[in-house]
Ligand binder design. Structure first.
Ligand SMILES: C[S@@+](CC[C@H](N)C(=O)[O-])C[C@H]1O[C@@H](n2cnc3c(N)ncnc32)[C@H](O)[C@@H]1O
Length: 339
């Protein structure tokens, strides 16, 4: 599906966007990130998001079981745990994700809250490990739209108890967040296609040979590999100047250049490992943001998803754009209701 095509939950897809990008999320969640796609840089916006979820959690009883779908490192599950702890509620919280998550090990902050959450790695929304009619609230933050919609909605409705509630924040196709994701996807694609990492690998190979071949030949190869690499970096400058926000490519190219500068001092195995790491992280970034753009719903996609809930017997209460506070950014779609 091209990035300009509107995404409809009914569109036939051989594999879901979620399945295709799980390997990239495995990598992302190994790092110390509690959130993805959440406006953490602006405390006012984060507070407004928390307030939104508090309104959702407030409808639950004193003892409730909550499931956070596509939990990642537990951003939303932690908000639920904090909400319950502050009010002395006896809430059981589960977080499921298709990726190999291990939030307690990966995330340095919120340890106490994370320790109380039951995490289920390698678990798809389309196959939830819960009994029918057993869950009081199923929620998710930028996750349901990555799943196969028919299977996912059927599972959500199956596990929800009578009158159980659901609430999902979903990527909206229009808006600043998606524009940024599409820009990062295109930048990562450009950098991968630029061949700069192949030129760096060639420098490493020439340095390795310098240890085994006659000095003259090896030095000649090394010199031309270095010249080719440096020319490759210079070739990126005009493109870099055209970028409306060059942060991603600048950080990447700086890391590539630092590795080039350090190459002679590093052990060959370490050098190769760092190069592979740069390559994998760039590919993972591209896969994540491409999946994000592909998963995003336009208004018709939202309506189709709501219709799936209704045809599974649930009642949809709200379907609207969610903005953070007065004049704050639009974060995505909000879809909520009851079984
Ligand atoms: C954008 S991240 C959101 C993470 C988290 N909810 C947050 O707000 O930080 C999307 C997550 O959905 C997960 N995911 C994608 N498809 C899935 C599926 N079919 N079943 C379960 N998880 C899935 C990915 O592994 C990823 O962790």
């Amino acid at each position: 599906m091209s990035s300009t095509e509107p995404h409809s939950p009914d569109a036939a897809r051989s594999t879901t966007t979620g399945e295709r990008s799980v390997w990239a999320w495995d990598i992302y969640w190994r790092n110390d990130h509690l959130h993805a796609c959440v406006p953490v840089s602006n405390p006012r916006h984060l507070k407004a998001l928390e307030a939104h979820w508090h309104t959702f959690f407030a409808g639950l009883g004193e003892e409730a079981t909550i499931v956070d779908l596509g939990t990642g490192n537990g951003s939303l599950a932690v908000m639920a745990a904090k909400f319950a702890a502050e009010r002395g509620l006896s809430v059981e919280i589960h977080g499921v994700d298709a990726a190999a998550i291990d939030p307690l090990r990966s995330v340095a902050s919120a340890r106490e809250l994370l320790a109380g959450i039951h995490f289920h790695p390698h678990t798809r929304i389309e196959e939830l490990p819960f009994e029918a009619d057993s869950i009081d609230a199923v929620c998710g933050q930028f996750a349901l739209e990555y799943a196969e919609p028919h299977g996912a909605v059927a599972e959500i409705v199956r596990v929800l108890a009578r009158q159980g509630r659901f609430g999902f924040l979903l990527h909206a196709r229009a808006g600043a967040l998606m524009e940024r994701a599409a820009m990062h996807r295109d930048q990562a694609r450009h950098l991968r296609a630029s061949g700069i990492l192949a030129r760096l690998a060639e420098v490493f190979e020439a340095i390795r040979e310098a240890g085994t071949e006659t000095a003259g030949a090896a030095t000649g190869r090394q010199r031309s590999a270095c010249e080719s690499f440096e020319a490759g970096l210079r070739e990126q400058l005009p493109w870099l100047r055209e970028q409306p926000d060059p942060e991603l490519p600048l950080n990447f190219l700086r890391a590539v250049e630092q590795l080039y500068q350090a190459a002679g001092r590093l052990a060959p195995a370490e050098r190769d490992r760092l190069l592979r790491d740069l390559e994998t992280r760039l590919a993972a970034r591209e896969a994540r943001v491409a999946a994000m753009v592909e998963a995003a719903l336009d208004e018709a996609g939202l309506q189709s998803l709501a219709a799936l809930f209704e045809s599974a017997g649930a009642r949809v209460a709200e379907r609207r754009l969610l903005s953070l506070g007065d004049g704050g950014p639009t974060l995505g779609w909000w879809l909520s209701g009851q079984a």
